[in-house]
Ligand binder design. Structure first.
Ligand SMILES: Nc1ncnc2c1ncn2[C@@H]1O[C@H](COP(=O)(O)OP(=O)(O)OP(=O)(O)O)[C@@H](O)[C@H]1O
Ligand SMILES: [Mg+2]
Length: 266
C-alpha cells in the first residue's frame, strides 16, 4: 500500500459558488508540494477538505489508502494529517516548550515521552534560547516556527501549512525555508504548503499545484510552472517577486534550462 495523502475529484460548493471543481492532488511522505494560485482560488478550501473541516460535495480523500472523507478532523489528525491556519494559533500564556509538548500530549503520548519529543524538536530547530519564553513574547516568525514544531510533535505524516511565510521578513523567511526543507527527510512527514511568496515556494517545493477559480490549471516542477503561459496569465504575471525573478533570470522563461535552486524529488 502506498503511503500517500490523496484527494481525488474534489468538488466543493458554497451557496452558488463552486470553490473547488474536480481537484485531485497527492502528497507523499517524503515530498514538499506547493499549492499556489490567486486570492480566492480555493487553496484554503482544499486544505479544509483534506483536514476534514469541510465535507466535499463530491470526491474522496485517502490517507495511505484509507478513505477518510467522512471522518471528523480529530479522527483525520489521528490518521496523521495535521494542518496550520492562515493566522498563528498558539496558547499565548504558555511557554514555547509547553506549546510544543502540548502537540505530543494532544496526540495521546505520555508526559515523559512528550517532554522528550518537545526538547528534541526545540534542539533540532535551534531555538533552545526560546524554550521557556512565553509565546506571547515571540516575534511573528518565531511563533510560526513554534506552531510547526507543535504540529510535528504530534508525529504527523502529512503537514499542511497555510501561508507559513505570511507576515515574515526576508530573514525570517530564509530561516523558515531552511527549517522546512529538512522536514520530510528528518520526520518522514510530507509538506503541503500554500504561500504567495513565490521566491520561497519555488525554491522549497519539489512539485507545484496551481489553482485558479477552483480548478487545477497546472501541475509540475518550478521550472515548468514558471514557463506555463496559463499560470503566468492567471497568477504569476501579477506576482512582483516572480516577475523580478524572471527578469533577473532569463532561464526562468525556458522550460528546458536547468534551475539549480529547485530541489529535485528524491
Ligand atoms: N465558508 C465559506 N462560505 C462561502 N464561501 C466561501 C467559504 N470559504 C471560502 N469561500 C469562498 O470560496 C472561494 C475560495 O476561497 P479560499 O479561501 O479557499 O481561497 P484561497 O485560495 O485560500 O485565497 P487566499 O489566497 O486569499 O487565502 C472564495 O471565493 C471564497 O470567498
Ligand atoms: Mg487562503
Amino acid at each position: 500500500m502506498s503511503e500517500r495523502l490523496a484527494a481525488d475529484g474534489i468538488v466543493m460548493n458554497f451557496a452558488g459558488l463552486r470553490a473547488l471543481d474536480q481537484v485531485s492532488l497527492s502528497l507523499g511522505r517524503h515530498e514538499i508540494v506547493g499549492l499556489i494560485g490567486p486570492n480566492g482560488s480555493g487553496k484554503t478550501t482544499l486544505v479544509n477538505v483534506l483536514a476534514g473541516a469541510l465535507k466535499p460535495n463530491a470526491g474522496s480523500v485517502r490517507i495511505d489508502g484509507e478513505d477518510v472523507t467522512a471522518f471528523p478532523p480529530r479522527r483525520i489528525a489521528r490518521h496523521g494529517l495535521v494542518r496550520t491556519f492562515q493566522t498563528v494559533r498558539l496558547f499565548g500564556t504558555m511557554s514555547v516548550f509547553e506549546n510544543v509538548q502540548l502537540g505530543a500530549l494532544g496526540a495521546g503520548l505520555r508526559r515523559s515521552k512528550a517532554t522528550t519529543i518537545a526538547n528534541e524538536l526545540i534542539e533540532l530547530f535551534e531555538i533552545e534560547d526560546l524554550r521557556d519564553v512565553s509565546s506571547d513574547a515571540l516575534s511573528y516568525g518565531q511563533k510560526r516556527i513554534v506552531e510547526i514544531l507543535r504540529s510535528l510533535a504530534t508525529g504527523c505524516k502529512y503537514l499542511l501549512l497555510d501561508e507559513p511565510a505570511a507576515g515574515l521578513n526576508e530573514e525570517e523567511s530564509e530561516h523558515l525555508l531552511g527549517q522546512l526543507t529538512s522536514i520530510p527527510e528528518k520526520f518522514g512527514c510530507g509538506l503541503l504548503i500554500i504561500d504567495h511568496d513565490m521566491n520561497l515556494i519555488m525554491r522549497l517545493c519539489h512539485r507545484l499545484h496551481v489553482l485558479n477559480q477552483g480548478k487545477t490549471i497546472a501541475e509540475g516542477t518550478a521550472d515548468e510552472i514558471r514557463a506555463n503561459p496559463t499560470v503566468v496569465e492567471a497568477y504569476l504575471g501579477s506576482q512582483a517577486t516572480a516577475g523580478a525573478d524572471a527578469a533577473a533570470n532569463p532561464t526562468a522563461a525556458n522550460p528546458t534550462a536547468a534551475n539549480h535552486t529547485v530541489t529535485e524529488r528524491s
